[in-house]
Design a protein. Structure first.
Length: 355
């Protein structure tokens, strides 16, 4: 498949505490960072029902080829070493996107990639190394910190944090496995800016973090700088921002959590840039229920979940679904298409006219 790559077998090795023996050390394989984005170059409309259902129509080759660039957004893949279904669903999604958009320039894994354990990253690396996909970029979700709820014997105890694991180790595991210097980064592709944000601290360092993303002052300032730079170098073009958690009171169903610990400051930064498009996951909500593409001062887009799609009662939909996004960028619009991987069908389309 043209332009698709297979992740090479292991290029990095990172040492982490072993799950069952927290005082021991173990060398494990890590997913290759495929940061092959191109170097920098010098109100939406829903179709169909509220969720943007398009009756399952597939994109024609002509439609795909006319796009300036195409990229995929997968969130909440929740790979765990013992959960074979999570691995099978990721394989299914990767194959589906490879068939739909063989010339795609990027795939974003937008948080909750694992349950924070070294073995989960092993399993993720094994799937990615064996399957076709375009260059990858990833963010951290709240589940990347969940080894903090593991006991020294591997069981889960949410009454207290694991004394043998910490925010520092969770962030270190993620950044080593993807080859990043920090848990946040940016990339340019075909003259468009992509910004990847991650929560930098869990409850051991930010007591009231809950499941929200803690963005440090450094990361907030960096975000503002990247948005400002993009508006100068690529005026009029959308800037794509990725964060696992949705900002409170944007998408339908986002009112249960803050999303970002200092959500007011985060909103102020984005509000200055109406060309920003914020992609999030976390809620797992079925796109067919509507309200997952909402325009305020900027555009917010939810990407549902690959592993477990929920209804508004926080129960798995029946029959089960596995959903992700395919985004096509045109000179005058964005076309955001929602794919359901069990049935291999389109279940929604959102057209965002560029101002």
């Amino acid at each position: 498949m043209k332009h698709f790559q297979r992740a090479a077998a292991v290029l990095l090795a990172c040492c982490t505490a072993v799950c069952l023996l927290p005082l021991g050390r173990q060398t494990i394989p890590a997913a290759e960072a495929l940061l092959a984005a191109a170097p920098p170059q010098d109100s939406g409309q829903q179709t169909g029902a509220e969720a943007g259902a398009d009756g399952g129509r597939t994109a024609s080759p002509e439609e795909t080829n006319r796009a300036l660039l195409t990229f995929s957004v997968l969130s909440d893949i929740h790979i765990e070493a013992h959960d074979k279904l999570s691995q099978d669903l990721l394989r299914k999604a990767l194959l589906d996107h490879a068939a739909l958009a063989p010339d795609s320039g990027m795939m974003v894994l937008n948080g909750d990639l694992t349950d924070g354990n070294p073995g989960d990253y092993n399993a993720l690396a094994a799937v990615l190394n064996a399957m076709p996909h375009p260059p990858l970029h990833a963010t951290m979700g709240n589940h990347e910190y969940y080894r903090m709820w593991r006991t020294p014997f591997g069981s889960v105890d949410t009454s207290r944090l694991n004394p043998f694991w910490s925010t520092r180790e969770a962030v270190g595991l993620f950044t080593r496995c993807f080859g990043y210097e920090k848990p946040y980064h940016a990339a340019e592709m075909a003259g468009y800016t992509f910004i990847f944000l991650s929560g930098e601290g869990y409850r051991d360092v930010v007591k009231d973090a809950r499941e929200d993303a803690y963005l440090s002052a450094e990361q907030m300032n960096w975000l503002g700088g990247r948005l400002s730079e993009a508006s100068r170098t690529h005026p009029g073009r959308p800037v794509f921002v990725f964060l696992h958690q949705p900002l409170v009171h944007t998408l339908k169903g986002s009112g249960q959590e803050r999303g970002v610990t200092d959500y007011k400051a985060f909103r102020r930064v984005l509000a200055d840039y109406p060309q920003a498009v914020l992609f999030s996951g976390h809620s797992h909500l079925d796109w067919s229920l509507g309200g997952q593409a909402v325009r305020t001062d900027f555009l917010s887009v939810g990407s549902s979940s690959v592993r477990r799609v929920l209804n508004f009662d926080q129960k798995p939909v029946n029959p089960a679904k596995s959903e992700s996004l395919l985004v096509q960028v045109y000179p005058d619009k964005l076309v955001i298409r929602v794919r359901e991987h069990y049935s291999r069908s389109w279940i929604g389309t959102y057209v965002h006219e560029l101002r």
